[in-house]
Design a protein around this ligand. Structure first.
Ligand code: GDP
Ligand code: IMO
Ligand code: MG
Length: 442
């Protein structure tokens, strides 16, 4: 049985949560391998909507291991809230396993994330302000706090002290800026507490450690054991290829690597352990936050997508920018990931549009034809897309359950996309619920 990676191929929010929940059916473990609570993964089951930020999207299958791998950055407060939310919904988290090597998001990371964004002003990235970037920075700087540190007061105190030492200057600046932060905060947004004294932090985090201890495991070994026993392990990505720190639209990216290759590092398995890679792609494109987006729409078509697709961020509630499907970017993303299958979600949202455009190449400012996704930032920022227009379909498809139920124009759209990128579309989403899917080419 294979290791199977599920990854986003655009700028996030493609519907990875739903696809993970579906494919988890015959898996024994579902493993998140990067990102943190910048992610928001939605599953709709029996009319009930679940939103997960840190907990892997396999948690509704109580007989499977749900693993938060070493590559994830964990805000323990958010994780405990999520566990509590599940308990209230009658869902057990007993099968949750947390890597002892995963790094923690500390209150100062959240504060720094907000302050850094404000400092950047017009150039800000539009981060989720969850402390993701500063937490990964501390990890690379080797002054991060790890899950295992929560279990030893002496070590925890020493490590927090070292981390604070390095931030004293920044934190002092922050205190001065606090009034400004408060003024610029979005309505209802709660700024993190600025009282970052060592004693308070140690006490707070020891408390989290106490509550999380039953879940802490050697998750790498757990993955090996499952794979070696011939069981299917799903590696669930957060974010997406174009937000990848190395391969995305830098600097408008997240601070981890969401591509399939990173599952090896973020879970501790080898490349040969992963034999299937599913790229999740929305039938159009959305993006939250700043950065280039060649096929972005500002017209009625974009409004149609935003409205019918309910395009608001799962984590921050911000409106998502919408645009046509970008096949130049999708081809790049599928190759980066070595995708073996595509799951196309939200095809239902396109119903009612007269024509469907898909970008098949870009043109540079100087008029050059760009068939490949440009690596140079300035080229991408000024690239304009060239489209092929495909016929639209007027009929609703939310009740379609097989390829034959789809109008010819919808089928044509699917085959144009899979032919263009050279990867089969195996699953099509026609609505948010778990049963609103069509298996194709199987
Ligand atoms: P993720 O971050 O990739 O897991 O995606 P999100 O959960 O942030 O956003 C996807 C949104 O689309 C969620 O609200 C899902 O319930 C919804 N969704 C997923 N698949 C479909 C689909 O095929 N059709 C429609 N209309 N909605 C879908
Ligand atoms: P899922 O897993 C969409 C975006 C932010 C911002 C940039 C950097 O639900 O698809 P960060 O807080 O990570 O430093 O922000 O990345 N971003 C996402 N956009 N979906 C996500 O996750 C995202 N996670 C981060 O909006 O532009
Ligand atoms: Mg999301």
């Amino acid at each position: 049985m294979p290791g199977l990676a599920i990854v986003g191929t655009q700028w996030g929010d493609e519907g990875k949560g739903k696809i993970t929940d579906l494919l988890a059916e015959d898996a024994s473990a579902i493993v998140r391998f990067q990102g943190g609570n910048n992610a928001g993964h939605t599953i709709v089951r029996d009319g009930e909507e679940f939103k997960f930020h840190l907990i892997p999207s396999g948690i509704l299958h109580e007989d499977k291991y749900c693993v938060i791998g070493n590559g994830v950055v964990i805000d323990p407060k958010v994780l405990l809230e999520e566990i509590e939310g599940l308990r209230k919904a009658g869902i057990s988290s007993a099968n949750l396993k947390i890597s002892a090597n995963a790094h923690l998001i500390m209150p100062y990371h959240i504060l720094l994330d907000t302050a850094d964004e404000l400092k950047l002003g017009k150039l800000s990235i539009g981060t989720t302000r969850r402390g993701i970037g500063p937490a990964y920075a501390d990890k690379a700087f080797r002054i991060g706090i790890r899950v295992q540190d929560l279990l030893d007061e002496k070590i925890l105190r020493k490590k927090i002290m070292a981390a604070l030492e390095n931030k004293r200057q920044q934190l002092q600046e922050l205190t001065v800026r606090r009034r400004k932060l408060q003024k610029e905060a979005q309505p209802g947004e709660e700024l993190p507490d600025e009282r970052l004294d060592l004693h308070g932090l140690v006490e707070e985090f020891l408390g989290y450690g106490h509550r999380l201890e039953p879940f802490i495991t050697d998750t790498t070994r757990l993955c090996w054991n499952e794979l070696d026993a011939g069981n299917k392990v799903i590696f669930e990505g957060a974010q997406a290829a174009l937000l990848d720190l190395d391969h995305g639209t830098y600097p408008f990216v997240t601070s981890s690597n969401p591509i399939a290759g990173a599952a090896c590092v973020g879970a501790g398995v080898g490349p040969t352990d992963i034999t299937e890679v599913w790229g999740v792609v929305k039938a159009y494109t959305t993006r939250v936050g700043s950065g280039p987006f060649p096929t972005e729409l500002f017209d009625d078509n974009g409004a149609h997508m935003a409205e019918r697709g309910v395009e608001f961020g799962t984590t921050t509630g911000r409106p998502r920018r919408c645009g046509w499907l970008d096949l130049v970017a999708l081809k790049y993303a599928t190759r980066l990931n070595g995708a073996t299958s595509l799951a196309m979600t939200k095809l239902d949202v396109l119903a009612g549009l007269d024509t469907l455009s898909v970008a098949v190449r870009y043109r540079s400012k100087e008029g050059a034809v760009l068939d490949e996704f440009p690596y140079h930032q300035s080229v991408l920022h000024s690239a304009t897309p060239e489209y092929v227009e495909l016929p639209g379909f007027g009929d609703e498809i939310v009740d379609a359950r097989s390829e034959d139920d789809l109008p010819p124009a919808a089928r044509e759209y699917l085959s144009f996309v899979s032919d263009f990128v050279g990867v089969p579309i195996t699953l099509v989403g026609v609505g948010p619920s778990r049963e609103q899917v069509i298996w194709v080419n199987v």
